[in-house]
Write a protein that binds this ligand. Structure first.
Ligand SMILES: [Zn+2]
Length: 536
């Protein structure tokens, strides 16, 4: 029995008082992996270890309701392409990496900025200038756009007259030649199928890197939002190696083209996760991509795009097929985690939930629509009615270059200024959870809190859709109790006796600082199941 007491703190419990304020106390006592006492009872108890919080802020540790730890971790192993300011800079970095790694049969990179080329079209010939002889495959930070060189096009067999897939776009240029830009799975999955498998040790290194990173930000629960079959073993190996400082739930990716054949595999994966995951790795969830992203013109829209009036985007699923698939995984006891960006993508996902609730027996479902970027006014109340959780990546709700360069030209002003309606959905009774979508954007929850409460890029402003800002209390709740609800964890998300001893200690009270500095508040410590995983 090991006991730890945190004294002299402002402990934000997460419990809302009748006054509307969140209850606070001044001390927490942890015994093994549980919180056992608060306030005076905690203060007066003996403890093996006492931590003086110096009057600072303690709350339930954060959860990340939508994140890609393997992709973020693996990115470190590939050619650096993130945070570069021009295609030329990316090409130079890829060339340098290729020369330094002559042994690499494929040159890979993850996370380039797809706003850097006109209309998001990146040319194979730019990469050919640096790497003409080996295939290069780079994925953009939106995870929906891929840029390849001519050798990669040659190997996958994309030339003049190539057939377009029904669920993607091979962008064609002059003379009918593929440009090198591939949009959505249907277009780039055949390229990724050619890649050599990532060695087990590299996968373990990637997950260890991700887990350590999350611990520094106060995170103790994560939803891996896109798990391919070969990643299940990697997660279980990471747990067995003691490399995980979080609990993780795996969302197994449903392929619109073969989901019926996947069902047995989902059940087998879950059985293996239950046997080997020891509760730290769970497999409750199946991931659906209802659509793509607005920036690539692949989100599914109720009305056409402004710059492309013949197109309403590209649903990844036939809506009727998605209903059947969600009902099928629900009947097996899985939870649906539904990526939806466009207003038709959101509607398809709500329709799938509604259909499932009709045809399957009632049960406690924690289904989620993730990103929730554009919701038709007619659908706003359906989240609460159907019990569908609205997950947002709050860091996105600011008017940045993704919005000004790639989104507004497609959506036009009215739809542009109706995105990420966090406050509206909360007011209408939807449960709100937050996530990062790392490595798309930062995993640090405090940076997300800052944007959720300001919707500003700079201290001077302006605030984008200020009516959709939420309070600091609401933002912290979305990262704690909101994600815990999504996860189906009744013993997490609040600081209370009996809850898991998952806590984070912040150097400042986020409610008491300039909101534009919340993202910079240092994390002093993280406890996962009573064990200090960061700080100290
Ligand atoms: Zn994602």
């Amino acid at each position: 029995m090991a006991t730890t007491r945190i004294d002299n703190a402002t402990v934000w419990t997460g419990h809302r008082l009748p006054s509307g304020e969140i209850a606070t106390t001044d001390a927490v006592l942890m015994k093994d992996d549980r919180i056992v006492a608060l306030g005076r009872t905690a203060r007066e108890a003996d403890a093996d270890e006492v931590v003086d919080a110096s009057g600072e802020f303690v709350l339930a540790a954060f959860g990340d309701g939508h994140v890609h730890p393997m992709f973020g971790g693996l990115e470190q192993q590939f050619a650096p392409v993130r945070d570069m300011s021009s295609p030329q800079e990316i090409v130079a970095s890829v060339g340098a990496w290729a020369r330094a790694h002559p042994e690499a049969e494929w040159v890979r990179g993850e996370g380039f900025d797809h706003t850097l080329a006109p209309e998001g079209i990146f040319l194979a010939e730019w990469l050919d200038a640096e790497v003409p002889d080996r295939p290069v495959v780079l994925r953009a930070t939106d995870y929906h756009t891929v840029w390849v060189n001519s050798e990669a096009l040659r190997r996958v067999g994309y030339g003049v007259g190539v057939d377009q897939p029904h669920d993607g776009e091979i962008v064609i240029g002059e003379g009918g030649v593929p440009t090198g830009t591939l949009r959505e799975w249907g277009a780039w999955r055949p390229v990724y199928n050619l890649l050599p498998p990532v060695p087990a040790q590299t996968q373990l290194d990637a997950l260890s890197y991700a887990s350590r990173s999350f611990a520094t930000a106060g995170i103790t629960w994560i939803q891996d939002a896109w798990v391919e079959p070969d990643m299940v073993g990697a997660w279980l190996a990471a747990r067995a190696a003691g490399a995980l400082d979080q609990q993780v739930d795996l969302a197994l990716w449903a392929d619109p083209n073969s989901w019926r054949d996947q069902l047995t595999g989902f059940e087998e994966s879950r059985a293996r996760i239950i046997a080997e995951g020891h509760g730290q790795v769970t497999g409750h969830t199946v991931k659906f991509f209802a659509d793509g992203v607005i920036e690539s013109g692949t989100s599914a829209m109720l009305e056409p795009f402004c710059d492309c009036p013949h197109s309403k985007g590209l649903p990844n699923w036939d809506p009727e097929e998605m209903k059947l698939a969600v009902a099928a995984i629900d009947a097996l006891g899985f939870t649906a985690h539904m990526h939806a960006i466009g207003d038709f993508g959101v509607r398809m996902s709500l329709d799938a939930a509604e259909h499932t609730a009709k045809v399957n027996p009632p049960r406690d479902r924690r289904w989620v629509i993730v990103h929730t970027q554009l919701v038709d006014p007619a659908d706003l109340d359906r989240f609460a009615e159907l019990g569908v959780i609205a997950n947002f990546e709050p860091y996105w709700s600011k008017f940045d270059s993704w919005q000004s360069e790639l989104t507004e030209p497609r959506l036009g002003p009215e739809r542009t200024h109706r995105q990420f309606q966090t406050a509206t959905l909360a007011d209408r009774g939807a449960v709100i959870s937050f996530g990062s979508d790392w490595p798309v954007t930062t995993y640090a929850p405090l940076e997300g809190v800052q944007v959720a409460v300001t919707r500003q890029m700079t201290p001077e402003g302006p605030s984008w859709m200020p009516e959709e800002r939420v309070s600091v209390d609401a933002a912290l709740a979305a990262y704690t109790s909101g994600v815990a609800f999504q996860a189906g964890r009744s013993d997490a998300g609040y600081v209370r006796p009996g809850a898991v001893a998952d806590l984070v200690w912040l150097a400042q009270d986020p409610r008491a600082v300039d909101p534009m500095t919340i993202g910079a508040i240092p994390v002093r410590g993280t406890w996962y199941r009573g064990r200090r995983t960061f700080g100290g």
